[in-house]
Write a protein that binds this ligand. Structure first.
Ligand SMILES: Cc1cc2nc3c(=O)[nH]c(=O)nc-3n(C[C@H](O)[C@H](O)[C@H](O)COP(=O)(O)OP(=O)(O)OC[C@H]3O[C@@H](n4cnc5c(N)ncnc54)[C@H](O)[C@@H]3O)c2cc1C
Length: 420
């Protein structure tokens, strides 16, 4: 997984190492009782968490700079019975990832909730979903909203001390296999016998690794594909320069949209009254015409004036610089002054399909026809939903399903090796 971590040394005005802080730019928050796989992994490498229960979850108004606490708990309680019911139904299917819920909850969110006796999406759920980069709830099949809710509702909210990246670093050091870091995969070639992966490792080009099977993660396979709420209509045939795709891969990946999502880090004076926590910008939370403006902001530490902002772009005329300017404008309206733009990261985020594709059996084909074809398996947000726990548990489930066996005997003849 991507560490998405920023180690900021120059943050303190005293530029002392005493003030060094670590900020997660991507995956950060976990609900303790909703993330058994991640905590299982983290426990193996003794990673510790820190409590975020004192962090505020508030709605901020940029014209006044004031904030009000969200009714997080009440809103989630109202949706628990439906969530538990869907969770049981999904479990009974024996299917993995989003596939399990795609049969049951493919309708667009407002229609699905109405048919289940709920008039509208509870505000904290809708704001949490949109602020987390999953688009506007009205655009999404309920299956995705369900995955978000079930992973957010149980247990106290925590993050890893030392950032998420520290967990992945410890895990990669602890496994008995070679982990190649700082490498870029430039080509994946597949034939009947196996898979050849061509990689640039640092300055070294053309390094090749041979495998029997490959498991592709993240959005690598999706090439330049469709972007959520982009004004551009993609009519060309779907291609991925780094992989020679089969017809089935092209057919399925051409239906997938990703979200143009940004983390922008700003150093700000004049917002000292804002406590540590997460703030949702109500005015940009449900109108697609406001895309580009920040949907959420986080004060990470009380003793620095560094704030993180999350925003959507549209990959065409609302991209990096515009996104920064709109975040700066929001800060100015709130009475703050941006001293420095520290950095910005852009994510090809939350691969998903529309409600109709979900209904028409997209996930059925993905799991039953695509997985394993051409010695290739896929893990990541498309199959699992874009959250660390969902991705980690899906990866375990996929390996168990396709590579595990109930048979205690190995599938090859046992050969005794005599040491000389
Ligand atoms: C702003 C933001 C906030 C988030 N907040 C949370 C949260 O609070 N809680 C939570 O649980 N989840 C959160 N997430 C989601 C979580 O981070 C992702 O679901 C998770 O990281 C996905 O894991 P992955 O391994 O599938 O993909 P990734 O983490 O995207 O990993 C894919 C990796 O592949 C690498 N890669 C891509 N192309 C190549 C190539 N050609 N060669 C070599 N490497 C390549 C990428 O650099 C990346 O490191 C957040 C994400 C973002 C962006």
């Amino acid at each position: 997984m991507n560490s998405k971590i920023l180690k900021v040394a120059e943050l303190s005005c005293n530029s002392s190492s005493r003030f060094r802080k670590i900020y997660d730019l991507g995956g950060q928050v976990l609900a303790t009782n909703s993330a058994p796989t991640i905590f299982h992994l983290a426990n193996q490498v003794n990673s510790e968490t820190e409590d975020l229960t004192t962090h505020k979850f508030s709605i901020v108004n940029t014209s006044t700079g004031t904030y009000n606490d969200t009714k997080l708990t009440n809103d989630y309680i109202s949706i628990i019975p439906l969530t538990l019911n869907l969770q049981n139904k999904a479990k009974a299917t024996g299917l993995i990832g989003v596939h399990a819920i795609s049969h049951i909850a493919s309708d667009p969110t407002p229609a699905f909730l109405k048919s289940n006796g709920i008039n509208s999406v509870p505000v904290s759920v809708a704001y949490g979903f949109t602020a987390s980069g999953y688009g506007f709830v009205g655009d999404m099949g309920y299956g995705y909203v369900h995955e978000f809710v079930k992973s957010s509702m149980a247990g106290k909210v925590v993050r890893f001390r030392g950032g998420y990246g520290s967990v992945w670093e410890k895990i990669s050091e602890s496994v008995e296999m070679k982990v190649v870091c700082n490498a870029r995969v430039v080509m994946v070639r597949r034939d009947g016998d196996g898979v050849c992966v061509e990689v640039e490792v640092g300055e070294k080009e053309g390094v090749e690794f041979e495998f029997d099977k490959v498991i592709v993660s993240g959005s690598f396979a999706l090439g330049r594909g469709k972007v959520y709420r982009s004004p551009l209509e993609t009519k060309e045939e779907f291609v991925n320069e780094a992989m020679d795709l089969s017809d089935l891969e092209k057919e399925l990946f051409s239906k997938v949209e990703t979200i143009d999502y940004y983390t922008t880090v700003l150093k700000i004076d004049g917002l000292d009254h804002i406590p540590v926590g997460f703030y949702y910008f109500e005015e940009f939370m449900d109108d697609p015409n406001t895309i580009g403006n920040p949907v959420a902001m986080q004060r990470f530490y009380s003793d620095t004036n560094i704030f993180l902002f999350w925003s959507y772009g549209n990959s065409v005329d609302i991209v990096g610089e515009t996104v920064i300017q709109l975040a700066v404008d929001a800060v100015t309206r709130m009475g703050g002054k941006v001293k420095k733009v520290i950095l910005q990261r852009r994510f090809k985020y939350f691969p998903h399909v529309n409600s109709q594709e979900m209904k028409d059996g997209f996930y059925e084909k993905l799991e039953n026809q695509l997985q394993g074809q051409k010695n290739t398996y896929y893990v990541g947000g498309l199959m699992a939903f874009e959250l660390t726990e969902r991705n980690a548990s899906y990866a375990f489930d996929l390996v168990l399903k396709h590579f595990g066996s109930d048979n205690a005997e190995p599938s090859f003849p046992y050969v005794k090796v005599q040491n000389s």
